[in-house]
Design a protein around this ligand. Structure first.
Ligand SMILES: *[C@@H]1O[C@H](CO)[C@@H](O)[C@H](O)[C@H]1NC(C)=O
Ligand SMILES: *[C@@H]1O[C@H](CO)[C@@H](O)[C@H](O)[C@H]1NC(C)=O
Ligand SMILES: *[C@@H]1O[C@H](CO)[C@@H](O)[C@H](O)[C@H]1NC(C)=O
Length: 317
């Protein structure tokens, strides 16, 4: 049976996972975000592996830490953060490319990106959202030392509580914030269309929400067979998410505690791509250099990043 987000991680580890039959496919993923939901849909509707597949709360770092985890889903940022110390990690599939947005308040005197100089900007450090904010503001000549990053929480459904970015923006505790959906949409709705200014540039940055595994898992015949089956099921799912979205808004909303109407509002920010083109290598080379600088480590070589992008499972579909 698929394990879903209603279970807490500690419960998963001590309860459900221990009870899963050996051989079932274990997938570590955040269970909170829109981007993860095709996996739950794929398991429920299309997966024909040798035994059950289950989602557990986590991400690509679990692949490095726990050899019982077979697959993981996360933004490319997290994959790149785990890779330097775990060169056996492979990115094998792209579930979603999400165009992040930054919402600012006109009441804070913001009309253009350049107006964000000197402002308080909400985002989450160490994530794809911080990288997005940095890249977007760079296009207007605003560097990281020109603004203050303010920490806060996301929100999945209005009314957004104390300490969440939409509430902080509406109450003037921050001037803008940039992160994944639906927090930005809820921020726009909380401010009202007249006061909200929205910035996005997907050619500068989009989240590449990906599926990962390890070279060891790929080399294991039975696990590899199940990985291929799971990716086949995802491929069918992305077709539904792309071409019949109205049939999944409620499913997605229920999975992650959103209102279906807001899922629909943010749907176009998500492209259910399933694969990538050669521009992804250059994209991650640049991002890795930025992360290396942030984390005070050496950049990963382009040859290693090229190996990290492993198309062998897609080739088997
Ligand atoms: C996005 O950024 C690119 C590169 O800086 C620029 O050429 C393009 O005009 C930008 N697009 C938008 C919509 O601002
Ligand atoms: C799994 O089997 C079902 C029933 O035969 C089929 O409809 C579905 O397309 C299969 N899934 C994949 C990913 O091939
Ligand atoms: C994924 O599914 C689409 C149909 O939705 C199909 O055209 C495509 O060939 C599939 N991709 C792979 C790699 O099998």
């Amino acid at each position: 049976m698929p394990v879903r987000q209603t279970m807490r991680p500690s419960f998963l580890i001590t309860g459900i996972l221990a009870a899963l039959p050996a051989g079932s496919l274990k997938i570590a993923t955040s269970l909170q975000w829109i981007e993860h939901t095709p996996q739950a849909y794929a398991i429920e509707n299309f997966y024909n592996g040798s035994s059950a597949a289950s989602l557990t709360s986590g991400g690509v770092f679990n692949l490095a830490a726990d050899s019982s985890v077979d697959l993981a889903a996360n933004a490319e940022t997290q994959g790149l953060r785990v890779l330097p110390d775990n060169k056996n990690i492979r990115l094998i599939y792209v579930i979603c490319e999400a165009g992040y947005r930054l919402v600012a308040s006109r009441a804070s005197g913001i009309e253009t990106l350049a107006d964000l100089r000197g402002k308080r900007i909400g985002t989450m450090r160490g994530t794809s959202a911080q990288y997005f904010v940095a890249k977007l503001l760079e296009t207007a000549g605003v560097s990281a030392s020109d603004y203050t990053i303010v920490a806060g929480g996301v929100c999945m459904r209005a009314p957004c509580g104390e300490g969440t970015f939409p509430q902080m923006l509406a109450d003037g505790q921050i001037d803008a914030f940039g992160i994944w959906e639906p927090a930005v949409e809820l921020g726009i709705q909380a401010l009202g269309l007249d006061d909200a200014v929205v910035f996005q540039n997907t050619s500068i940055y989009r989240e590449v929400y990906s599926l990962y595994t390890t070279t060891e898992k790929l080399a294991d015949e039975e696990t590899r067979g199940d990985i291929v089956e799971f990716v086949r099921a995802l491929n069918q799912t992305l077709d539904v998410f792309t071409n019949q979205p109205e049939s999944v808004y409620s499913f997605v909303a229920d999975e992650i505690g959103m209102d279906a109407a807001v899922v629909e509002d943010v749907w176009t920010e998500h492209k259910w791509t399933g694969t990538w083109d050669e521009s992804l290598l250059d994209f991650i080379v640049q991002e890795d250099q930025w992360l290396a600088n942030e984390d005070g480590r050496a950049a990963v070589s382009e040859a290693e990043l090229d190996e990290f992008l492993d198309e062998s499972i897609i080739a088997e579909l």
